[in-house]
Design a protein around this ligand. Structure first.
Ligand code: GLC
Length: 550
């Protein structure tokens, strides 16, 4: 067994991240906020149709307040034909009638605020639904209507080939031909035509949409595909196939063009013109950490998702490397880093980390590692319950366009979107009211034990680990905003301080590690024995220590 002395209160190595300018709450609340992602259709069903809705979210706000999160982010709840889970928006100033009404949205915002939580909503500016009135006008070729989208003549004899070689993120070409022979661009599904952001009408419309929701009181926006709105001049070929495999690795002519930053700056001005620190969060997959930092310059958005952290393998080397690179990139522009382990597009991390007992153990340790890092943390619904990806959904219930556009070769993202189990043994595990329709995706029959209510009653549950971690993060501001310093540590471990006074130790290896004088144990992801002088950190375990001795 490796022995390691740790003296968290007396370290002299340079700080990796300086303390953020200490600011009284709620100033710059987003710098260290814990933000909870609600995939609305799968969170809680209030009206009994088997699909989550705003009434369901409202009925569970107390649960979220008790979890201790600072803000919630709601995925799209707009009217939508659901060709891409609501990311195909048919009307931007309304609520899908299956999910509620505008009054529900207003009440949700008011009630969340009353419980001390802010509310972010998704905005989808890269594309509309093909059922949006603008696209219907474009199909009819009404004057000026096609200029709101990206229509082009085809190439080759009779224009029968797409205008360029771009590929859709969901598989197949990024172009679809309309009956009169013209082609339109869709970086995602054909039912999601890309907007033309060179058209001032498009820009004005989105500013107006944002004002509509800001006036209702939302605290900001998660900007879908924030790197996609502007395309390279002349729409040049990418020059190779398998373009999406290069996402986040190499420049692409349809993502991360410099022109998007002018749009984001105008949105920052808009957000800043409202009181109460409204924020923007970019969903971006730029080709380098430095390009990611561009999105969070002081006059652009407040946060950008850090998907490199999510993509890192479970190991001390890869995680330390990505943590250092992420912090270095956002420090360059004075922005906080975000830490994301899962979301509605990704395989849940219990499964990514190996599944079964090992995946659960690692996911618990990852939670404490993540919540000890400087910056803002995102929790995807169900992550706090330790839910795995559902890998065996039958073909006939799958809805993700990825499944259809790859002819089943990729089963898509539905496995991370299965409804949340709330209660043991009830029909639909309490997701829907009694007597409701079947849930829109089936909940695995063995999820009862992972439901919220039984977990609340078990002090060692996943949920109570999250509740304790979020609570400690709140009561120890050093965890969000203090300086971070790496300490020397044995191979396959990560030790660092958050100052003043806190230590995080993570053992990612296969052998237990003995810690000498780590301080007082605050929280551990699995059983950790400590007698005040020595402690044993088991494999795949993280622990937080206070340097105040007991
Ligand atoms: C984002 C969303 C994803 C959606 C895509 C297209 O990546 O998170 O769910 O399919 O944008 O809108």
């Amino acid at each position: 067994m490796t022995h390691q002395s740790v003296t968290p209160c007396a370290v002299s190595s340079p700080a990796l991240s300086a303390p953020s300018p200490s600011a009284p709450s709620p100033s710059e609340w987003w710098r260290d906020a814990v933000i909870y992602e609600i995939y609305v259709r799968s969170f809680a069903d209030g009206n009994g149709d088997g699909m989550g809705d705003l009434l369901g979210v409202r009925s569970r706000l107390r649960y979220l307040a008790d979890l201790g999160v600072d803000a919630i982010w709601l995925t799209p709840f707009y009217p939508s034909p659901l060709h891409d889970g609501g990311y195909d928006v048919a009307s931007y100033r309304a609520v899908d009638p299956r999910l509620g009404t505008l009054d529900d949205a207003r009440a949700l915002v008011t009630e969340a605020h009353g419980l001390g939580m802010r509310v972010l909503i998704d905005i989808v500016p890269n594309h509309t639904s093909s059922e949006h009135p603008w696209f219907e006008e474009a199909l009819r070729d009404e004057p000026g209507a096609r200029d709101r989208y990206v229509f082009r003549p085809g190439r080759g004899p009779g224009g029968a080939e797409p205008p360029n070689d771009w590929e859709s993120s969901f598989g197949g070409p990024a172009w679809t031909r309309v009956p009169d022979g013209s082609w339109y661009l869709h970086l995602f599904a054909p039912e999601q035509p890309d907007l033309n952001w060179d058209n001032p009408e498009v820009r004005a419309e989105f500013e107006d949409v944002m004002r509509f929701w800001l006036d209702i009181g939302v605290d900001g926006f998660r900007v879908d595909v924030a790197h996609g709105m502007v395309k390279a001049e002349g729409l040049p070929d990418a020059g190779f196939t398998g373009q999406l495999k290069m996402l986040g690795r190499a420049p692409l002519p349809f993502f991360d063009q410099d022109g998007v930053h002018e749009i984001l700056r105008s949105w920052r001005r808009l957000l800043d013109s409202y009181p109460g620190e409204r924020i923007g969060v970019a969903e971006v997959w730029p080709p380098s950490p430095a390009r990611l930092a561009n999105y969070v310059r002081p006059d652009e958005l407040h946060q950008a998702f850090n998907f490199n952290y999510l993509a890192a393998d479970w190991g001390a080397g890869p995680l330390r490397q990505v943590i250092d690179a992420s912090i270095a990139a956002t420090d360059l522009v004075g922005a906080p880093t975000t830490w994301v382990l899962s979301n509605h597009d990704q395989v849940r991390h219990v499964t990514r980390y190996g599944g079964g007992r090992r995946g659960v153990r690692r996911a618990r340790a990852a939670a404490l590692l993540t919540m000890a890092l400087p910056g803002s943390v995102y929790i995807y619904q169900g992550e706090e319950l330790g839910l795995p990806e559902v890998l065996d959904l039958p073909d006939e219930v799958l809805q993700d366009p990825i499944f259809f556009r790859t002819a089943g070769a990729d089963r898509g993202r539905d496995g991370s979107r299965v409804p949340i189990p709330w209660a043991y043994g009830e029909s639909s595990f309490g997701f829907s009211p009694p007597g409701a329709d079947p849930t829109w995706l089936p909940i695995p029959r063995d999820w009862g034990g992972q439901a919220v209510i039984p977990q609340l009653g078990d002090p060692r549950s996943f949920l109570n680990l999250y509740r304790n971690a979020v609570r400690l993060r709140r009561s120890h501001p050093a965890l969000g905003r203090g300086a971070m310093r790496w300490l020397d540590s044995p191979p396959e471990t990560l030790f660092f301080t958050r100052e003043p006074g806190l230590l995080c130790t993570v053992n990612l290896g296969a052998e237990p590690v003995v810690l000498e004088s780590p301080g007082t144990l605050l929280l551990a992801s699995s059983d950790t024995r400590s007698n005040g002088l020595q402690a044993i950190l088991e494999p795949d375990t993280a622990a937080w220590w206070s340097c105040a001795t007991s």
